[in-house]
Ligand binder design. Structure first.
Ligand code: SF4
Length: 285
């Protein structure tokens, strides 16, 4: 399967840098490897992984494999906008924090009301650090942005997630979704990886992401006790004392402590069960 960009020859369209936004999940891993196989052109200049500091061990192992010699022909840079785990553990003490989409429980008369906190984490820990790195590579730090596209960002959204596509809001950068151009779903990505004898990537997202479906929380509790302990600790740390937030705060959508929540629902959507609210193409791909 070949997917040709409008300028398969390279730079004639004014694009000076092609960057693959690597979440190290199924879709962005497939995208990177398809580019490495020449099935998506032209070759990106690099991939960038925004490290929140709180991915499961399996994701960091997978990332290390992707960065190892002879896997990808282009470099994978790791950038950081902070450590979301450390920031959340401190947030309960009233310190400044980049809000995650956690659930609030407030008392309204004789009953409780459950709400969701507006999310800022994707922007602070992923979008901004990647943007900063791209601009630095283009020499645009502290310089006026060009009024035309000089960077192309590849995003690993698959055909079954087409509603998540969002154009770049900045003139100097365009977004591209090669898996959608190729009409590849997540299942197609898994088939492509298997056909080429590649390992199936783990699910990538922060350990304490409130978007997790019950199936993912269950799997974490059973298969990754360290991550589960971490998530429970974060859940406790954010319960009260968050700046600007009223009521108690929880990672689980039921607004019950994570280690007491009922995770036995039939919902089996895997990662990011609150799918419509998922990060803009940068979490879990
Ligand atoms: S995975 Fe979840 S917690 Fe982490 S940055 Fe994305 S939305 Fe925020």
């Amino acid at each position: 399967m070949g997917v040709a960009s409008a300028d398969a020859n390279g730079r004639e369209d004014g694009i000076r840098l092609r960057v693959l936004s690597l979440g190290a999940g199924v879709q962005s891993t497939t995208l990177a490897l398809m580019a490495a196989h020449g099935e998506i052109a032209p070759m990106p200049d690099c991939a960038i992984f925004a490290d929140t500091g709180s991915e499961p061990r399996a994701v960091y192992d997978h990332l290390a494999w992707l960065r190892s010699p002879n896997v990808l022909p282009f470099p994978v840079h790791v950038v950081r906008g902070g450590d979301i785990r450390a920031d959340l553990l401190r947030a309960g003490r009233g310190e400044r924090w980049a809000s995650i989409p956690a659930f609030t429980r407030t008392v309204k008369g004789a009953r409780f009301e459950i709400g969701m906190i507006r999310r800022q984490c994707t922007k602070d820990y992923k979008i901004v650090p990647i943007r900063r790195a791209v601009r630095a590579r283009l020499g645009l730090t502290r310089r006026r942005s060009p009024d035309h596209a000089v960077a192309e960002q590849w995003i690993g959204i698959s055909f079954d997630e087409v509603v998540r596509m969002k154009p770049s809001f900045e003139a100097w950068q365009v977004n591209r979704w090669p898996l959608i151009e190729a009409r590849m779903t997540r299942a197609d990505c898994l088939r492509w990886l298997t056909r080429h004898d590649y390992p199936v990537p783990p699910k990538s997202s922060c350990i304490g992401c409130p978007f997790h479906a019950d199936a993912l929380w269950r799997q974490m509790r059973e298969d990754d006790p360290d991550a589960w302990r971490d998530a429970v600790a974060i859940d406790r740390a954010i319960r009260t004392g968050l700046r600007g937030i009223r009521g108690e705060v929880f990672l689980h959508r039921s607004a019950i402590a994570l280690d007491e929540a009922d995770l036995s629902t039939s919902e089996n959507a895997g990662q990011l069960g609150l799918w419509g609210n998922e990060c803009e193409g940068l979490c879990g791909v």
